[in-house]
Design a protein around this ligand. Structure first.
Ligand code: PRP
Ligand code: MN
Ligand code: MG
Length: 179
């Protein structure tokens, strides 16, 4: 699997250090507020796990499974809810966790939905931000790393459902996706 990676953009150590840093920030911001932390499946899973281990205050976790890429390299532009939350968001402080913001369509859809459901506050933390890909008007409150306009995989991010279990963020060799 590792020999299909052309280069590592963000190492395992850099990711872990960033989780520690953002975790400390969230501890301060949410102390005493019992936020509802929402992981956007499937991509956010590794980041959510490592990040929340570093948050030292009470929080509630829930998951939303949405998909717009169908495993491919381009957003279909249509966000599909695969699994909704089990929790009521009305009056809650929400923290949405994402692995990457690219076009911004996934998050703008979710933010609109949670506003409609009367969340008290909505904040977004994303490990990666790809500002060059943006078509929706959306910005994260906390960003781990900015990435260039390349198709990245690993640490939650897939290509045809593979590579999510890599411990780092990397770029695939072009021959892997027939480029
Ligand atoms: C990917 C990624 C983000 C979203 C970002 O999810 O995990 O959730 O796309 O792209 P956007 O800003 O252009 O909407 P995907 O739909 O591939 O589902 P997955 O997390 O299950 O892979
Ligand atoms: Mn996703
Ligand atoms: Mg995907």
């Amino acid at each position: 699997m590792h020999n299909e990676i052309e280069k590592i953009l963000i190492s395992q150590e850099e990711i872990q250090e960033k989780c520690q840093e953002i975790g400390a920030q969230l501890t301060e911001e949410y102390d005493g507020r019992f936020p509802l932390v929402i992981g956007v499946l499937k991509g956010a899973m590794p980041f959510m796990g490592d990040l929340l281990k570093r948050v030292e205050t009470h929080l509630e976790m829930d998951f939303m499974d949405v998909s717009s890429y169908n495993g491919g390299m381009k957003s279909t532009g249509e966000v599909k809810i695969v699994k909704d939350l089990d929790t009521q968001v009305e009056g809650r402080d929400l923290l949405i966790i994402e692995d990457i913001i690219d076009s911004g369509l996934t998050l703008s859809y979710l933010v609109d939905l949670f506003k409609y459901r009367k969340a008290k506050s909505i904040r977004i933390v994303t490990l990666l931000d790809k500002p060059t890909g943006r078509s929706a008007n959306i910005k994260a409150d906390i960003i781990g790393f900015e990435v260039p306009d390349e198709f990245v995989v690993g640490y939650g991010l897939d290509y045809e459902e593979k590579y999510r279990n890599l411990p780092y963020i990397g770029v695939l060799k072009p021959e892997v996706y027939g480029g």
